[in-house]
Design a protein around this ligand. Structure first.
Ligand code: V47
Ligand code: SF4
Length: 370
């Protein structure tokens, strides 16, 4: 019995009741979620693996993808962000439509199934500009899945085009948008959010954009930015809001905990949390989000070693090949400064962790089993 393992440890009655619920796949509440962070790491790994096995068995998913970051010019000034610049500031970039098409075309016949587009909130670009970008990319790469724009970018580009949220999302879908990535969620607690990114879309706006996207048939991902000013109560509050929305819409594909990286930003003084904390965050997310099928570790940020270990802490997805096409994390001091992994490297990483690699498309249809 899985419970027998735990009775060799010193546990309170409260902790035993939580374990009992998890073992029986019952939903835990917020207080129980907060208590999980006090659990021994090994125990959390066993519990998260128990939940994950029930959902994904031994499978670990990855995809073949690349990123386009059209600009790092941004009207906002999030304190954790190392990436944004103002127009004409040194280090800023604005790719032209031709640059973007050239990049997209270079992936012809490479087997990539997804392009992930994300960038700064540019003051002069509205949804029609980005819609044309999607149209042209799809002309060059027919059949590619376009996962694009955080809720924060969408909020701005839709308002700039003077249409309602629903009209804007439908229009982007018409242009060829297929799904929405999970960025911009940061931390939903209003006080901490105000501290780390006071100007940008509120938590309510983020949730409403994802709810409306699900309503019009655009699936999405969700994230949390952890390891800065938030505490475990804020983390569980964040997960609770996502779990509630998922109960309503069932539109989220996956949840991605993003570890705060400290280089070159205004929160550098905080430092970074350690690997134990990372693994706890993955395990608690896996256990708490009982209505999410997948938990993703974003390997360029975590590094290959921690990503591999995360597979024993509830993670069943490690994102994609990426092909050195993102700067958000390298500029913040990520473990992988030139993030590229070939398919065989991804497969090897998963196999040496004792798991079964499965290439997926963005919405988790199986492309190939290894
Ligand atoms: O919202 C910015 C984060 C996010 C830092 O949906 C930082 O598949 C850590 O959401 N340290 C954008 N994180 C990227 C994102 C994402 C990434 C990979 C896959 C998916 C997906 C989505 O990056 C931002 C913010 O939370 N971020 N700066 C930093 N210093
Ligand atoms: Fe802009 Fe995004 Fe950076 Fe915030 S995190 S400053 S919205 S690019």
């Amino acid at each position: 019995m899985i419970q027998d393992i735990f009775f060799t440890k010193q546990l309170s009655n409260f902790q035993r009741r939580i374990i009992d619920k998890i073992v029986r796949y019952e939903r835990i509440d917020q207080n129980e979620g907060i208590e999980l962070f006090n659990f021994d790491l090994g125990l959390l790994g066993v519990l998260a693996t128990h939940v994950n096995q029930n959902k994904n068995q031994n499978k670990v998913f990855f995809n073949k993808n690349f990123h386009i970051e059209p600009t790092n010019i941004c009207i906002y000034d999030c304190k954790f962000c190392s990436y944004h610049r103002k127009i004409n500031q040194s280090g800023s970039w604005e790719f032209s439509m031709d640059d973007i098409l050239e990049k997209a075309s270079s992936y012809k016949n490479t087997g990539v199934t997804e392009v992930h587009i994300v960038g700064g909130v540019h003051p002069n670009r509205d949804l029609h500009y980005y819609g044309e970008m999607i149209l042209s990319i799809k002309k060059n790469l027919p059949g590619i899945h376009v996962k694009a724009f955080t809720a924060v970018e969408l909020d701005f580009m839709i308002k700039k085009a003077h249409v309602s949220l629903e009209e804007g999302l439908l229009k982007l879908k018409e242009y060829g948008l297929d799904s929405i990535p999970g960025g911009g969620a940061e931390i939903f607690d209003p006080k901490v959010r105000k501290e780390v990114c006071h100007e940008k879309s509120t938590s309510e706006q983020w949730l409403s954009i994802h709810e409306t996207a699900h309503k019009v048939g655009l699936p999405s991902n969700a994230t949390i930015l952890y390891g800065h000013l938030e505490n475990k109560t804020h983390r569980i509050d964040h997960l609770e809001k996502l779990r509630n929305l998922q109960d309503k819409t069932n539109g989220f594909n996956t949840f991605i905990p993003l570890k705060f990286k400290k280089a070159n930003n205004s929160l550098s003084y905080i430092g970074e949390v350690n690997t134990i904390e990372d693994l706890k965050m993955f395990a608690v997310s896996r256990i708490y989000l009982d209505n999410f099928d997948h938990i993703k570790a974003y390997w360029p940020m975590l590094g290959k070693d921690t990503t591999q270990i995360s597979l024993s802490f509830g993670v069943d997805d490690i994102d994609g090949t990426i092909d050195d096409s993102t700067k958000i994390y390298s500029m913040a001091g990520a473990n992988e400064q030139k993030p590229t992994m070939t398919t065989s490297e991804l497969v090897e990483l998963i196999k040496t962790a004792g798991k079964k690699p499965v290439e997926r498309d963005t919405v988790y249809n199986v492309v190939k089993e290894y």
